[in-house]
Design a protein around this ligand. Structure first.
Ligand SMILES: C[S@@+](CC[C@H](N)C(=O)[O-])C[C@H]1O[C@@H](n2cnc3c(N)ncnc32)[C@H](O)[C@@H]1O
Length: 258
């Protein structure tokens, strides 16, 4: 299998995810943003069976999508266990209907297979170091008789609603995801030096983030125009340095803290 592009961190294959996924080496995680199949656009077709092909590659997966998409495709996601859901809050949203709330969010769902304890999971943290505290909640109305116990130590963990401005004005993909929303998912599930696969790469956001955060990425993209855009993006390097991105993430996290 001949890569379309390769550097020390990113390998890009031009082709169909269904054909290429079975030929890939094992990775730490899939981080991907599939065609939701909600429009009549040519590229926007959910390839049936891709979650099963992805399962051969990695034990955990972050998948962007709408609630409608996840419910419609739940049969195709069989075998993957749902661990958690992240809400990406955008500053502006899309709305095709004036009889529904204006939609300013997307979901990223975290799925896994096998043993939870065997996965790499490192929640991004922010803020001041906190002293170790043991917290035990007994019977409460929302926990029932079981209660809950936890230990809080060190910096605060990132919350499940993450604000990140969308890519309006600089996007080269129709539904390009901002690096600020992809970065925490990748950091969570891929150790430094580890390997992430994005089988619907679009403009290559996952690859750009992987390189900045010292991870490796394999990307797959079906449209050649998008592959060219990925190569250009990776060759130029982004205007943002990893440091800038880190600072922006910290700013969003400060907003969450308020
Ligand atoms: C939602 S977009 C991904 C956008 C990406 N997250 C970004 O930040 O630019 C989905 C991409 O999957 C690609 N695609 C659609 N079907 C595919 C297939 N069978 N194999 C590989 N790529 C495919 C489309 O061309 C599109 O660029």
């Amino acid at each position: 299998m001949q890569p379309y592009y390769e550097d020390e961190a990113v390998t890009l294959y031009h082709g169909d995810a269904l054909e290429i996924l079975p030929q890939l080496p094992k990775a730490d995680a899939i981080v991907t943003d599939p065609p939701y199949g909600e429009t009549s656009l040519d590229w926007d077709r959910w390839p049936d069976g891709w979650p099963a092909a992805a399962a051969m590659v990695a034990p955990q997966m972050w998948c962007f999508g709408s609630m409608r998409m996840f419910l419609e495709k739940r049969g195709d996601l069989e075998g993957w266990k749902l661990a958690q859901d992240i809400v990406w809050e955008k500053h502006n949203g899309s709305s095709f209907h004036d009889d529904r709330f204006r939609r300013v969010h997307e979901f990223a769902l975290h799925f896994y297979r096998g043993e939870w304890g065997a996965l790499y999971r490192e929640v991004p943290r922010f803020g001041e170091e906190q002293r170790k505290q043991n917290i035990r909640r007994g019977k409460t109305p929302h926990l029932g008789a079981n209660g809950a116990a936890s230990v809080i130590e060190g910096q605060r963990i990132m919350t499940s609603v993450i604000f990140a401005p969308s890519c309006h004005g600089y996007a080269v993909n129709e539904t390009q995801k901002p690096e600020d929303i992809v970065a925490p998912l990748l950091q969570y599930s891929v150790p430094p030096g580890g390997l992430v696969v994005d089988c619907f790469a679009g403009s290559g956001t996952t690859g750009a983030v992987a390189r900045k955060f010292r991870r490796r990425a394999i990307l797959i993209e079906k449209r050649e125009a998008q592959c060219r855009a990925i190569v250009e993006r990776l060759r130029q390097g982004d205007l943002l340095t990893a440091n800038d991105l880190g600072n922006r993430l910290a700013a969003h996290e400060t907003k969450q803290e308020r």
